[in-house]
Design a protein around this ligand. Structure first.
Ligand SMILES: *Cc1c(COP(=O)(O)O)cnc(C)c1O
Length: 236
């Protein structure tokens, strides 16, 4: 069997097993296949033969070229793929993301969110977004501070062409399971605070190849997995 398909099966099995061990419902965790730096053929393999629907990209231009190449090869009637932008987003790339992606996980400033809302085409549904939070303190530079999350979320909710879905985090790498759980536990506590403040959030975007289990145990609803599906990246 193709290695991508074998990996995809193994990752799904592992998510199912961890989700069960964590006492959560089988459908509680969604898999986002992170296809950054991979060719369109790999996405097509995962989609057509592996039934994978959701893909994540980090670079706007690369992502758009890939989704167009992939779309040309999907057979008529194939359910549309869902494309998530998960990388840091500069102001000069917001239009590409607003016009082509379904989701964006890395909102960390209101200015960028406001641009995305203004640039989201009227014929598309609102761009689904997560606010990225820095739950690792000084060990990480990306994401808003946890104390700023409520204010930023409230401002994002007020933007007409964005749909706020939840929070995203990329904790600093830790080898030990318990150490990995700590930042995800902070993320979970913050989710509860925001919900308590009246925000309707359903998404915790957390966990990558190396810290999947820790994230699922702390309530991740969407895991972003690249290496464990597509193999080691060589060019980025
Ligand atoms: C690359 C990337 C991933 C996937 O990481 P792997 O370790 O390859 O699973 C997940 N999230 C973000 C934001 C990424 O940039």
């Amino acid at each position: 069997m193709n290695v991508i398909l074998k990996n995809l099966q193994a990752v799904r099995a592992s998510i199912a097993q961890i989700t069960k061990a964590a006492g959560r419902a089988p459908e509680a965790v969604r898999l986002l296949a992170v296809s950054k730096t991979r060719p369109a053929e790999d996405v097509l393999t995962a989609a057509l033969e592996g039934g994978q629907r959701e893909f994540g990209e980090n670079y706007a231009q690369e992502g758009v070229e890939k989704m167009e190449a992939v779309a040309r090869h999907l057979p008529p009637g194939h359910p549309p793929l869902v494309w998530h932008f998960i990388g840091p987003l500069q102001a000069n790339k917001t239009r590409i993301v607003a016009e082509h992606f379904d989701w964006l996980h890395s909102v960390e400033r209101l200015k960028i969110a406001a641009r995305l809302s203004a640039q989201r085409p009227a014929h598309l549904p609102p761009l689904q977004v997560c606010v990225q939070v820095n739950v690792s303190g000084e060990a990480s530079k990306s994401g808003c501070a946890p104390e700023e999350a409520l204010e930023l979320c409230r401002a994002v909710v007020a933007l007409p062409r964005l749909g706020l879905r939840g929070l995203m985090a990329i904790p600093a790498p830790e080898a030990d399971f318990l150490a990995q759980r700590k930042p995800f536990a902070r993320l979970r506590a913050l989710m509860e605070t925001l919900r308590g403040a009246g925000l309707a959030l359903d998404t915790v975007s957390a966990g990558m190849s190396h810290d999947l289990a820790a994230a699922i145990h702390e309530g991740a609803t969407l895991v972003r997995v690249g290496t464990a599906i597509f193999g080691e990246r060589t060019n980025a």
